[in-house]
Structure formats: structure tokens, C-alpha cells
Design a protein around this ligand. Structure first.
Ligand SMILES: Cc1ncc(COP(=O)(O)O)c(C=O)c1O
Length: 379
């Protein structure tokens, strides 16, 4: 049993969707208009999103997965092509590669940032490599330096910025650094539409191809040029997205302030490693994920024990991701445990703490005190 030194508060959830009257009214307006499918509100959302990210084109779709799929299709990725990505991400970073009948090759992650940086991709690339999909994991944009080495070899660069809306690195926003990028507006994301996504690019050809791909491959009306899908977003959801986009700076500020509080409250706790933020990065903390190293905690507690103890204290936590992608059957089953040792070790030790914008100072203190207790830290 845990000691009762920390007061018990109402349960602290891991996510708390921020929906106000403004979103409710925006949806009601669309419903009353009778324009329920993709229409003028989607077009407005695209314009505003492109401006916010600082790109020429934004193409709204009905999920982040669809945005990645549109991007790879627009790159012309197909059978026989090899695409490099990280094994430590959500499955939908890599499944669109398989949807295009290309092959996935994983590259192990950096132990501090949990990302694969461009130079690591460049070192791993072969003559078969046609593209890389890098991920701004947890809201931290991966290191872009060295991308010209890939470009010189004709390797296309796609950014999975699904968790990183509003983030930047060296003054360049996530979603604006490469040829194309994807965002997700899933219900737990930093801005949400419930389900939804966006592809961003400065390349008009990529934008046109993506628009066609999301709409059955249609060119002129009822003329089908190439294979496409129904990946359209609805005006109902775009109306939520437009309001959320206006609220994004406030959400980001709150997430960053919460992270800064944890950085202080959890400083120097043995066995707890806090998120690393490289110079020049504006992290947006989609997750605030710590490493629990059972070899260093005062009481020998490991990640799963810590998680159970937090739960006893009314603190929800999450594991992103419990099993790296190379160990899932969908990626071919050709991989062995031990092949990507950093991703495997991090998967066993990572723990996401509540970081959403609605947390109070008292709740932040409760989470931190509960975590200190869980790892036997008396200070
Ligand atoms: C890193 C990453 N890639 C891709 C996706 C897929 O987005 P969606 O769930 O909107 O399809 C998500 C979110 O779920 C994600 O976090």
C-alpha cells in the first residue's frame, strides 16, 4: 500500500477535450445551413490552417492517416519502393506505406528525443529508398539538419506532424520544413475535430494530387484519373477545427506552462528522466512523457508499478507506445526482438503524465507528488 501523504483529489484524466460554446454554435450554424459534406467551411479551414503553418496549400481530409496516405500517393510511392520511418510511433505513421504497396524499413530512434533525425535516415538510406517519413513525436519536431543530403539523392521527405501542431524548430513551423506534412485532429490531439486531418505543402502539384486522391481520383467532375479514396472532411467538423485553430495559441501556452511546472516539480527525482528539449525547439507537449528507470528508482519500482501507484492516487497516465512497430505482425513478422534496441527499451520505460490545458496548479502538484511517492523519493 502507498502512504497517504498526498491528498486525494478528483481523478486526474490524461486528456480533456477543450470544447466550448463557440464550437457548439459553429456546428449548429453548419447544421442549420444544410451544407453537411465538404463545402465552403472546409475551404475556409484550409486557408486559415495554411496561413497558421506558413505554407501555400493545406488539404483537409478525414484523418491524419488519410493525410499521410495522400502525401505518399502524391509523392508517387508505389510497389518496389522502400520508405524509411521510425518504429517508435503510432501505427498509422507506417501503415500508409503498406497501403501504397511499398515496403517499410525502420531506423532506430535517438534515446533522448525518441525521434529519428534526418541524418540518421540519410545514414540508413540505400539505392532502393524513395522516401522517409519522420515523426515529430509527442510534439517535438525532429532534427532537420542534413536534409539536403537526402534531397540530393532524390529521396522525398515527409513529416508526420500529427502530434505537433504549433511546434517549431529553428524558427520553422512543424508542417512547413519539408515537401509535405500531415496533421491529425483526432479527439485527443492539441486541436481537435473528433476525427480529421490536414496535409500541408508548398508544392502545388502535391496539393492537386492530394485533392484528387481524397476525392476518388476525380479530375473534372465525374472523370476519374487515378485511384483515389473518399477521404473528405465535412463542413460540420471543419467548423470545429476553425474555432480550435483560433484557440491553439492558448492551448499551446497552457501545455508549455504545465510542462515547465513539471520540469521544476520533478527535477532530480532518481529514476525519472524528464523530456529533453533540444536548443531551438518550441515543443508543444502533445505528451509529457518521462522515462522510469527501475535500476535507479529509490524503491526499485518499474514503469508498470509506477503507473499502478499513480492510478491508486487518482492520476491517469498513458503508455505511448507499449510495443514498437517492428514487433507487430502487420509489418511483416520478419523482425526479431532486439533489432531496434533503443525503441524496445524506451517502450518498456516510457510513461505519459497528464499535460492537457485544463490542469490546475493543485492537480500538477498532486501528479508530481504522487510520482515522487511512487518511486520512493522522500525529498
Ligand atoms: C504520430 C501519429 N501519426 C499518425 C496519426 C494518425 O492520425 P489519425 O488518428 O487522425 O488517423 C496519429 C494520431 O492518431 C499520430 O499520433
Amino acid at each position: 500500500m502507498m502512504s497517504r501523504s498526498t491528498p486525494v483529489l478528483d481523478p486526474i484524466t490524461l486528456v480533456a477535450p477543450q470544447i466550448d460554446e463557440e464550437e457548439v454554435n459553429a456546428v449548429a450554424g453548419v447544421l442549420r445551413s444544410g451544407q453537411l459534406a465538404q463545402g465552403p467551411i472546409v475551404a475556409e479551414f484550409e486557408r486559415e490552417f495554411a496561413r497558421a503553418i506558413g505554407v501555400e496549400h493545406a488539404v483537409a481530409v478525414n484523418s491524419g492517416t488519410a493525410a499521410i496516405h495522400c502525401g505518399l500517393a502524391a509523392f508517387g510511392i508505389g510497389p518496389g519502393d522502400e520508405v524509411l520511418t521510425t518504429p517508435f510511433t503510432f501505427a498509422a505513421t507506417a501503415t500508409p506505406i503498406l497501403m501504397q504497396r511499398a515496403s517499410v524499413r525502420f531506423v532506430d530512434i535517438d534515446p533522448q528525443t525518441f525521434n529519428v533525425d534526418v541524418d540518421a535516415f540519410a545514414n540508413a538510406a540505400t539505392e532502393k529508398t524513395r522516401a522517409v517519413v519522420g515523426v515529430d513525436l509527442f510534439g517535438l519536431p525532429f532534427d532537420r539538419s542534413g536534409s539536403s543530403a537526402l534531397e540530393r539523392r532524390g529521396i522525398r521527405l515527409f513529416e508526420d506532424a500529427c502530434q505537433a501542431v504549433g511546434a517549431s524548430r529553428d524558427g520553422v513551423r512543424a508542417g512547413a520544413a519539408f515537401e509535405a506534412a500531415a496533421f491529425s485532429f483526432y479527439a485527443t490531439k492539441n486541436i481537435l475535430t473528433g476525427e480529421g486531418g490536414m496535409l500541408t505543402t508548398n508544392d502545388v502539384t502535391i496539393a492537386e494530387r492530394a485533392r484528387r486522391f481524397r476525392h476518388h481520383g476525380q479530375g473534372e467532375r465525374y472523370e476519374y484519373i487515378d485511384l483515389g479514396y473518399n477521404y473528405r472532411l465535412t463542413d460540420v467538423l471543419a467548423a470545429i477545427g476553425r474555432v480550435q485553430l483560433r484557440r491553439l495559441p492558448g492551448f499551446t501556452r497552457a501545455r508549455r506552462q504545465n510542462a515547465a511546472r513539471y520540469d521544476v516539480l520533478l527535477r532530480d527525482v532518481p529514476g525519472v528522466r524528464l523530456p529533453f528539449v533540444p536548443d531551438g525547439v518550441e515543443h508543444v507537449y502533445h505528451q509529457y512523457s518521462v522515462i522510469i528507470d527501475e535500476r535507479q528508482t529509490a524503491n526499485g519500482a518499474d514503469r508498470d508499478t509506477v503507473r499502478a501507484r499513480l492510478s491508486e492516487r487518482g492520476v491517469a497516465s498513458g503508455i505511448y507506445y507499449p510495443k514498437p512497430l517492428h514487433l507487430h505482425p502487420v509489418f511483416g513478422g520478419a523482425h526479431r526482438a532486439g533489432e531496434f534496441p533503443v525503441a524496445e527499451r524506451v517502450s518498456a520505460q516510457i510513461l505519459a503524465l497528464p499535460i492537457h490545458p485544463a490542469l490546475s496548479e493543485r492537480q500538477l502538484e498532486h501528479v508530481a507528488a504522487s510520482l515522487r511517492e511512487a518511486v520512493g523519493d522522500a525529498s
